[in-house]
Design a protein around this ligand. Structure first.
Ligand code: FES
Length: 106
């Protein structure tokens, strides 16, 4: 299976206090800029399967769902509060443009 790069936008335009929702091939992905890094994680909370994590509350690299507080690590998608593991996606920054890499056909 191939991979596809989805253009998120310019790095400097990514907000610092909230995530950005990106939809690619049926996936809803929350992209977060934290200090010098950019992370991409499924936006769909494992609790009630709704896309909320781009609107979550960030503490370091932990994102808490705004609905009931399940919290995930941006680095690997693992739940820190609640349970489950969310999918994470490779992020590429090239010449100031942020891309998320997803499986083709996803
Ligand atoms: S829907 Fe995310 S914690 Fe309940």
């Amino acid at each position: 299976m191939g991979v596809q790069r989805i253009r998120v936008g310019e790095l400097v335009d990514l907000p610092l206090r909230r995530g950005k929702l990106v939809c690619a091939g049926g996936e809803e992905i929350a992209v977060w800029r934290v200090d010098g890094n950019v992370y991409a994680i499924s936006a769909v909370c494992a609790h009630q399967h709704v896309a909320t994590l781009h609107e979550g509350l960030r503490n370091g690299t932990a994102i808490a769902c705004p609905l009931h507080g399940w919290t995930y690590a941006l680095e690997n998608g693992r739940a820190l509060v609640g349970s489950g593991i969310l999918r994470t996606y490779p992020v590429i920054v090239e010449r100031g443009i942020v891309y998320v890499q997803v499986d083709e056909g996803v």
